[in-house]
Design a protein around this ligand. Structure first.
Ligand SMILES: [Zn+2]
Length: 219
């Protein structure tokens, strides 16, 4: 990269300017098995630690590269792999419930893709059934799946909304996320108290009346 490009890339990362809707991934992202990925990350993370001057022969540090590699592939970034996408069964809404359903205060634990430090907060998800419903815990699972990626909050919000629209076969979906970014509190401006709110309103949620109803339930 040229110096001007590096400067721009750093500025974009710091300002969290939103990226494309799809998580940017290379075509051969799944050529390696999970075990092969863990081995490679273990090697590279050890190099990072050594570069910083850490002694990897120390008892306390020697297991860290492998621990980090396993955490990335088996825990915090499992949402990158479509094989981990939750399967969601759609049920007929037999009780004819046609009102708004709000699932609020869903824990969001993600990672900022610009700094690889945590984003922690809450998601509030709403939909209006058009005759189909899903199990309530599935909403949490969908949030978790998309959160377990390196993310920008804006993209996470829209990805969850789009997935729910697809599954529920309705446009009437709303997602709000309120989260704290460790890249804002631990570094950069080091602000402890600010949080970021993003929203994605679709279908009937684009009209003010439905929005107000949703806000009422969230109070
Ligand atoms: Zn960040």
């Amino acid at each position: 990269m040229k110096a001007s490009e590096i400067e721009l890339a750093e500025a974009i990362g710091d300002d969290h300017i939103s990226a494309a809707l799809e998580t940017p991934m290379v075509e051969n992202a799944f050529d390696l098995s999970d075990d092969e990925k863990i081995l490679q990350i273990e090697h590279h993370f050890a190099e990072i630690m050594k570069t910083m001057g850490l002694d990897l022969t120390d008892d306390s540090l020697q297991g860290t590269p492998r621990r980090v590699a396993k955490m990335y592939i088996k825990e915090v970034f499992t949402g990158l792999d479509p094989k981990n996408k939750p399967s969601v069964a759609l049920f007929k809404n037999k009780y004819k419930y046609k009102e708004m359903l709000v699932e609020k205060n869903i824990t969001v634990k993600s990672f900022c893709e610009h700094h690889f430090v945590p984003i922690i907060g809450m998601a509030h998800v709403a939909y209006i059934s058009n005759g189909n419903v899903i199990g309530l815990s599935k909403i949490n699972r969908i949030v978790q799946y998309y959160a377990k990626r390196p993310q920008v909050q804006e993209r996470l919000t829209v990805q969850i909304a789009n997935e729910l629209k697809k599954i529920l076969k309705t446009e009437d979906v709303a997602v709000i996320i309120d989260a704290k970014h460790m890249c804002v509190s631990m570094r950069g401006v080091e602000d402890e108290t600010s949080s970021t709110v993003t929203s994605s309103y679709h279908g009937k949620f684009q009209n003010d009346e439905k929005k107000q109803e949703l806000f009422k339930y969230m109070d």
